[in-house]
Ligand binder design. Structure first.
Ligand code: SF4
Length: 108
């Protein structure tokens, strides 16, 4: 499958997963496109659309927690920030993602 087609497929699938969790794709279309492109690349190289902004440990159990969309594993933290780490997803009411603060999990 071509990269563009796989990006569209991931966008469709991810949208279905994040919607009931109260999230949507960032309105920053350029960022969304870039991150999806990176995820297609990671999927091709490593077998799953791992998070583009998190390092993999090599331990399967741990790495499964950073397969996109990883919101269910980090829900409390993301709900506090109203975005995920990469910013691919934001809370549904967010219109200005650049205004959202980021902080480490222990401050969530
Ligand atoms: S931080 Fe965002 S982009 Fe990264 S895996 Fe989690 S949901 Fe996906």
């Amino acid at each position: 499958m071509a990269v563009a087609e796989r990006k569209d497929a991931l966008r469709f699938l991810f949208g279905k997963v994040v919607d009931p969790l109260g999230f949507k794709f960032t309105p920053d279309e350029e960022l969304a496109d870039f991150l999806l492109q990176q995820e297609v690349k990671l999927e091709r190289e490593h077998g799953a659309p791992y998070c583009p902004c998190q390092g993999r440990s090599g331990a399967r159990d741990e790495d499964m927690r950073i397969v996109c969309p990883c919101i269910p594993f980090h829900r409390a933290h993301f709900d506090k920030m109203r975005r995920c780490w990469c910013g691919l997803f934001v809370h549904k009411d967010v219109t200005d993602p650049d205004s959202l603060p980021q902080f480490p999990p222990d401050e969530a």
